[in-house]
Design a protein around this ligand. Structure first.
Ligand SMILES: CC(C)(COP(=O)(O)OP(=O)(O)OC[C@H]1O[C@@H](n2cnc3c(N)ncnc32)[C@H](O)[C@@H]1OP(=O)(O)O)[C@@H](O)C(=O)NCCC(=O)NCCS
Length: 470
């Protein structure tokens, strides 16, 4: 989705709601440094971070210059240049099952000053962002959340988890196959270009990952504030395949007390191939003079334990909802991913804010591709006969078996389920099975067999995962 972040006007409804409270909701021009700095200061304060050092401020100015920044201003406070609330957003791809990407709208920097809390400012901003996401042509909005109770009311739901992985060095004896290439230590600064190219490919392999931007790569590589203690501790590894092509990288630091073995701490392991992933894990795990390894924002489904003689050397903890997704255009969102099985499924979606409400017919073929039919106001099944015939010819109704296809063709009604827009977001990337949400009383089958079919269709080969905060 190519889009100039500031080309759309401020959402009129959000502006009016805040104006009624004596507040001014407006876009920040990143070329206006006093305004941008006021916004950055409010964002830092909102997340309880320290004031910015000059070098980091420069970095933040550059990152935020590519985003759409809103501030809410109260003209009656002593420092009216500092907004009392902030939000940032930008268009970004979100990887979906099948190695493709859907047009997404990333939302971040949601803060409201404690002096102005609980008077509807966050609600106005969040609803404004949904309207803008839709106007920009995004199929989904997405965010990461400090607390799990804030965003459900706007239709967001957890769609990909992350976890902390610890490895006990003494028990970590590698038995996995060797990779054909080699891992090298490299200067983090030298990785800048390669990291961007590898990240693009690594992100495409994993549903739930979002496009990286230059600022986040600089942060990973310790290049934002290179003289700081934290940045100088960053070590970088690059995996080159047997042809000398860079296929993966990892960054880590070792923390240790004097005369004590250290801990390898890492949060970046980006691999464009399975070989790269395996080789980088091995070097990270097989360090001496350390007690163990701790990786944050890892997948709940890492292959690591299968590389080690003692799988109990690996502990998975702090599993949490990490990526939150909000479907704003079900037809575009559902049409972007690939499906685990062929089938025809009617999704009767409830959405109190209206964006996704209605009955959508999802028609997936045996090759995983799908067409989606948007609701008809009379509630009738909208899939044209021609599409159905084509899908059946491709084995749609049966997962490939002809006899099942014949019996499905005889069925009077396609399988159908009722679900809330949040439940759709949770099953969208394959992170939770529809049958689990059915057991939880959230999704209901309107026709027999619908839940089982939905389980098969929404399955993802790879467990969704997001490995950064945004
Ligand atoms: C979370 C935060 C943005 C909410 O701002 P706010 O302007 O006070 O929220 P609103 O007055 O618009 O409240 C909207 C709804 O959210 C609820 N809500 C607000 N903050 C909440 C919180 N921390 N946890 C749970 N619910 C919350 C309100 O009760 C209200 O519910 P309702 O619509 O059902 O009545 C604000 O507390 C904040 O800045 N927190 C610190 C930074 C942070 O955590 N940001 C989130 C980044 S992901």
């Amino acid at each position: 989705m190519s889009f100039e972040p500031r080309s759309l006007p401020v959402d009129a409804a959000a502006h009016a709601a805040l104006a009624a409270k004596g507040l001014d909701y407006r876009l920040i021009d990143p070329a206006d440094h006093p305004a941008l700095d006021g916004w950055l200061d409010a964002d830092q304060r909102g997340f309880h971070h320290s004031r910015l050092r000059d070098v980091v401020r420069e970095h933040e100015r550059a990152v935020m210059g590519d985003r759409r920044l809103h501030g809410v201003f109260d003209p009656t406070i002593p420092e009216p240049v500092v907004p009392v609330a902030t939000v940032s957003s930008w268009p970004s791809g979100l990887s979906v099952p099948g190695g493709r990407s859907v047009d997404g709208w990333a939302v971040s920097s949601v803060t409201v000053s404690p002096t102005h809390r609980r008077r509807g400012i966050a609600r106005a901003m969040m609803e404004g962002e949904l309207a803008t996401a839709k106007a920009a042509g995004a199929a989904v909005a997405m965010l990461t959340a400090t607390e799990a109770t804030i965003y459900g009311r706007y239709g967001y739901a957890p769609a990909a988890k992350a976890a902390t992985i610890e490895v006990d060095r003494r028990r970590a004896h590698w038995i996995g196959p060797a990779a054909p290439g080699r891992v090298h230590y490299v200067d983090p600064a030298s990785l800048r270009e390669a990291a961007a190219a590898i990240s693009r490919r690594a992100v495409a392999r994993v549903p739930g990952e979002i496009d990286r931007w230059p600022g986040t790569l600089d942060r990973m590589l310790g290049l934002v504030d290179p003289d700081s203690e934290g940045s100088r501790a960053v070590r970088a590894l690059r995996y080159d395949d047997e042809h000398g092509q860079a296929q993966g990288f990892a960054t880590f630091r070792v923390t240790r007390e004097p005369n004590e073995p250290g801990w390898v701490e890492f949060d970046v392991l980006a691999a464009a191939t399975d070989d790269a992933e395996r080789a980088l894990w091995r070097v990270l795990v097989e360090q001496d003079f350390v007690s163990g390894l701790r990786g944050r924002l890892r997948s709940t489904d890492e292959p690591l334990e299968w590389f080690l003689e003692d799988p109990r050397a690996v502990t998975v903890s702090e599993v949490f909802d990490h990526l939150w997704v909000r479907i704003v255009d079900p037809a575009a969102a559902l049409g972007a991913r690939r499906y685990g099985a062929a089938g025809e499924l009617v999704l009767d979606i409830d959405d109190p804010l209206g964006y996704s409400a209605g009955k959508y017919t999802l028609l997936a073929s045996a090759d995983g591709r799908a067409v989606v039919h948007v609701p008809r106001t009379d509630g009738a099944d909208s899939a044209p006969k021609r599409e159905r015939a084509r899908a059946r010819a491709a084995g749609t109704e049966s997962g490939g078996s002809r006899s099942a296809s014949r019996s499905a063709s005889r069925a009077a009604e396609p399988r159908s389920l009722k679900l809330d827009v949040r439940d759709l977001a949770s099953i969208y990337l394959g992170g939770v099975r529809p049958s689990v949400l059915a057991r939880a009383g959230r999704i209901t089958a309107s026709t027999q067999g619908a839940i089982e079919l939905a389980d098969r269709m929404f399955a993802s080969t790879r467990t969704p995962h997001l490995s950064i905060w945004f």
